[in-house]
Design a protein around this ligand. Structure first.
Ligand code: PGA
Length: 257
């Protein structure tokens, strides 16, 4: 079902203490202004580091509309993969979502379309909702290959799913040149790509599936530019990195519909 979602990707930041303080502050703010009273009735998903998930869940479980996910999962169900974490493990501690295909995973850990398809499969098999990230590099945008690149990413990693499984996917469009750079896609660029993604979904699964898919924007989205991004028809919310580490900024982004 299509929803308004603000997701916070903490990446490799915060000690456990800092993470708990951050979530306690966000929870306090949400208490003073509950999500259901805000325009768009947004939902919040937090993606802390793996080792914090259990403790963060203790704080968020009292907050309606706030859930917790993992930043990654392994593509196999279990086995001799020292240092890795499976979708089953993530599910077993109470998380509900998992990021798949973040550009930092693609770039630094060489995750390709096939690996990501296997991760999506693991997530769905374990009843986790994948938040699938896609997006082009600066070079690809400059050479006007951005539509082709994004279509390839979603086709190869997602479009093998049947329509019922696809209904459980959230997509995050994150142009690589905008991640952590302070350079945001313009509202027009975001809308153009989101509408393109929705068209690709429509071609593959039909218009109902397309209009039911939640598509988030990510890449230097902050308290100042969120409103202009979210007012676009096809932008359902944001995947927020840097600005999700400051409770006040993150809360303001949640309030930006
Ligand atoms: P940023 O990161 O908001 O710091 O650009 C977004 C992301 O990587 O998900």
């Amino acid at each position: 079902m299509r929803k308004k979602i603000i997701a916070g990707n903490w990446k490799m930041n915060t000690s456990l203490q800092e993470g708990k303080e951050l979530v306690n502050s966000i929870a306090e703010m949400i208490k003073s202004k509950p999500l259901k009273t805000m325009p768009g009735n947004p939902e919040v998903i937090l993606f802390p580091p793996f080792v914090h998930i259990t403790e963060i869940l203790k704080i968020t479980k009292k907050e309606k509309g706030v859930t917790v996910g993992a930043q990654n999962c392994h593509q196999s169900d279990k086995g001799a993969y020292t240092g890795e974490v499976s979708a089953m493990m993530i599910k077993s501690v109470g998380a509900t979502h998992v990021l798949v295909g973040h550009s930092e995973r693609r770039q630094y850990f060489k995750e390709d379309d096939n690996t990501l398809a296997a991760k999506v499969s693991q997530a769905l098999d374990n009843k986790l909702t994948p938040v699938f990230c896609c997006g082009e590099s600066l070079e690809e945008r400059q050479s006007e290959k951005h539509f082709e690149v994004v279509k390839q990413q979603i086709s190869k990693s997602l479009f093998w799913l049947d329509v019922n499984d696809f209904a459980n996917i959230i997509i995050a469009y994150e142009p690589v040149w905008a991640i952590g750079t302070g350079e945001t896609a313009s509202p027009g660029q975001a809308q153009e790509m989101h509408s393109f993604i929705r068209n690709c979904i429509s071609e593959k699964y039909g218009s109902e599936a397309a209009s039911n898919t939640t598509i988030l924007y990510g890449g230097s989205c902050n308290a100042k530019n969120a409103k202009d991004l979210f007012k676009n028809e096809d932008v359902d919310g944001g995947l927020i990195g840097g600005a999700s580490l400051k409770a006040g900024d993150f809360f303001q982004i949640i309030n930006s519909y």
